[in-house]
Design a binder for this molecule. Structure first.
Ligand code: IPD
Ligand code: CA
Ligand code: CA
Length: 256
């Protein structure tokens, strides 16, 4: 199955690469920050058509078109273009993210970093890889020496949930904090040992599914802000190399 997931991630990525910098239509979803382009939709339709052909009985949960089917033990969880704002503004940091669950457990995950042509892939129990090379999280255990990454939800004006206070707290307690604009790439960089930790609120299952497995299979840990296990529907995500996990929880739990 992983080969099929890689194959369709690359096909979708090709569509996105061809569309990058060209004229494409943009619509607003909930507000002026929350965009969807015709390329997001084209990528998603291509992925779903592929699943229909190759795995006709499988169910799908996709960002732009929602749920397709409910009866299968297999569920494909799809973000057809993660980093749409970057894409729409010409910033070449975006990805395709596809996770596959069997009976609620993620069994494989693929993230395709489109402009760097890098495939992050993982199968449950078999490690994580970037273009075939095994990935390992960092070994740093000192928050002060950590490079962290985060993102902000589109509804931050209406539902801030301390996102700015937590961002400020980590600026003061870590070496550096980055905001790349693609949760999928943020988390793959945790798996690759580039970043020591990532946190975000209000992500969606299509942001979390593939990446959670890729990080765990690279030796990292993914929980909520209290350190409890999460599924892909969690509204809080803390993903680290495991060594800075407790220190990050302390900062996230501070009273603002
Ligand atoms: C968004 C990106 C961004 C994160 C947002 C996500 P989208 O996904 O991953 O980095 O901060 O919360 O919604 O909308 O570009 O697929
Ligand atoms: Ca996304
Ligand atoms: Ca998306």
């Amino acid at each position: 199955m992983i080969d099929k997931v890689i194959q369709i991630s690359k096909e979708a990525g090709e569509i996105i690469r061809e569309g990058f910098g060209e004229n494409f239509s943009i619509e607003y979803k909930t507000n002026a920050s929350n965009l969807v382009t015709e390329i997001d939709k084209k990528s998603e339709a291509t992925i779903i058509n592929f699943i229909r052909k190759e795995f006709p009985t499988h169910s799908v949960l996709a960002e732009e078109s929602g749920k397709h089917g409910t009866s299968s033990e297999y569920l494909w969880v799809i973000d057809p273009l993660d980093g749409t704002s970057n894409f729409a503004h010409g910033l070449p940091i975006f990805a395709v993210s596809i996770g596959v669950q069997k009976n609620g457990e993620t069994i494989c995950g693929v993230v395709y970093d489109v402009m760097r042509d890098e495939i992050y892939s993982s199968e449950k129990g078999s490690g994580s890889f970037r273009n075939g090379q095994k990935l390992q999280v960092s070994t740093n255990d000192d928050l002060r020496k950590s490079m962290l990454v985060t993102g902000f939800p589109y509804d931050i004006q209406d539902n801030p949930d301390f996102a700015i206070e937590r961002f400020a707290a980590f600026l003061k307690t870590s070496r550096a904090v980055r905001r790349l604009g693609s949760a999928a790439i943020d988390m793959c960089y945790v798996a690759a040992g580039v970043f020591d930790g990532f946190w975000e609120v209000h992500l969606h299952p299509w942001d979390v599914c593939a990446c959670k497995l890729i990080i765990e299979e690279a030796g990292g840990v993914v929980t909520n802000f209290s350190g409890e296990k999460i599924d892909i529907y969690s509204k809080q995500i803390l993903a680290t190399n495991k060594f800075v996990h407790q220190s990050m929880i302390q900062v996230l739990q501070a009273k603002f």
